[in-house]
Write a protein that binds this ligand. Structure first.
Ligand code: PLP
Length: 428
């Protein structure tokens, strides 16, 4: 075990690598930001070696790899990838230009024409759109089945099924998928399959982050992330990442090289030196506030339903306590809240419009995992690709004072109550 591995993840996130197999920067306290599209090759032999070695896992031999061209590989991005693999307890990581590039990258590198994905019904809106709009045109099958319904899955998985795909917690409903149960099912199916056709569990861990959930240890094969959210953390960088077994690395790197959706070195650097070292402290603070806000919302007569894994009323509370555990071993219900207003008392659109015009501590904006508290209406915004109406509200808690967030929510509820409910006549 290296010296670094003897330390807690929170400490490893602050300090980063002791040194990197990808670059010699042992005298920098902060990893340097590299910015070079192309690399001097010294000799034709070195150039040929670079191309020959591309796609292989870089072993820590004390010698930096041969860099050729930014789109193939790049030192700052490589160091970030090493850190993300460490956080997720995975063997390898490949970063991408966005979360969607990471999702389409891993699935595109696994699936062949005629193969099929079974995906959970509710997903982030653009992932839903990828599956419904693009995959049928590209010859990939998609079935939508509740991944907690193991009996139904057992019936529906067939020889073409290569991937079981989900988010957990799900965006925006915060439902969880039982990864242990899914692992058991995949193992039983894989016992009858050749290694090259194994059924793979791919999970989007964007909501929890590896600080609050390590899906590979819970049974998943591959983890994807939008780095744009809590891992980046400050709302300044767009990025994505895939954490996968060594065996998938070559194909994934080749896919990224040829489709070209690379994470810029400048964004990788910001995530590496600002996002990751502050992840634990940000999430603990956001979660502290989210618990207070969820408990308060649940007591409001104008709020019909609150979904937050930290509430006693959360329907999958036992599963949440098993799966959402932070790196210190504490229950980690996270910073996301999903709630429904009682339309007889407060109309959701009027409520978020009131927040947009009057609140200072809450911003009407999509995205999540930001320093600022963000509110949105999934049905008409992030999840509009589902084409379904609905008045539920998604809240991503930031770093503000909890009492300010509560005051802004309270004022917006008071300002938008229907006249009938103000007179105490509304019924639930
Ligand atoms: C759960 C989840 N996955 C993936 C994405 C896509 O990430 P990006 O916007 O970085 O492409 C998002 C974006 O909101 C998301 O919420």
């Amino acid at each position: 075990m290296s010296k670094k591995q003897q330390y807690k993840l929170t400490t490893r996130l602050v300090h980063g690598p002791e040194h990197s197999a990808k670059w010699d920067f042992s005298h920098h306290v902060v990893p340097p930001l590299s910015s070079s599209t192309t690399y001097r090759l010294d000799s034709a032999k070195r150039g040929a070696r670079g191309f020959q070695e591309f796609g292989q896992l870089v072993e820590d031999t004390g010698e930096a790899p041969v860099y050729i061209y930014d789109r193939l590989d790049e030192p700052t991005r490589s160091i970030l990838e090493g850190e993300l693999a460490d956080m997720e307890q995975g063997e390898a990581c490949v970063s991408f230009a966005s979360g969607m590039a990471a999702i389409s990258g891993i699935l595109g590198s696994i699936l062949q024409k005629g193969d099929e994905v079974i995906a959970h019904p509710v997903l982030y809106g653009c992932t839903h759109s990828l599956f419904t709009h693009w995959y049928p045109r590209q010859g990939f099958g998609v079935q939508r089945i509740d991944l907690n319904d193991i009996a139904k899955l057992k019936k529906q998985v067939n020889d073409k099924t290569r991937v079981l795909y989900c988010e957990s917690p799900v965006n925006p409903t915060l439902e969880l998928v039982d990864l242990g149960a899914l692992r058991k099912l995949a193992d039983a199916i894989n016992a009858q399959r050749k290694p090259a056709r194994k059924l793979l569990i791919v999970i989007d861990n964007t909501f929890a982050t590896p600080f609050a959930q390590r899906p590979l240890a819970l049974g998943a094969d591959v983890v994807v992330h939008s780095l744009t959210k809590n891992l980046g953390g400050f709302g300044t960088e767009v990025g994505g990442a895939v954490i996968c077994p060594k065996s998938m690395l070559a194909s994934l790197l080749l896919y990224r090289k040829d489709f070209g959706a690379i994470l810029s070195a400048k964004s990788a650097w910001a995530i590496l030196v600002y996002g990751l070292p502050t992840l634990a402290v940000r999430l603990k603070r956001q979660q502290y506030t989210a618990r207070k806000v969820a408990a308060w919302l649940e007591k409001q007569p104008a709020v019909a339903r609150v979904v937050y894994p930290g509430l006693a009323s959360y329907p999958q509370r036992k599963l949440a306590e098993r799966q959402l555990v932070d790196v210190d071993g504490d229950f980690a219900p996270g910073n996301m809240i999903y709630f429904e207003l009682d339309p007889k008392r407060v109309e959701a659109e009027r409520f978020v419009d009131e927040i947009a015009s009057s609140a200072y501590s809450i911003t009407l904006a999509v995205s999540l995992g930001h320093t600022k508290t963000l509110i949105e209406l999934p049905a008409s915004m992030t999840h509009s690709s589902y084409g379904k109406a609905g008045g539920a509200v998604r809240l991503s808690i930031g770093l503000e004072s909890p009492s300010d967030i509560l005051a802004d929510l309270k004022n917006a509820l008071a300002a938008t109550q229907t006249p009938a409910s103000r007179n105490g006549r509304a019924v639930r």
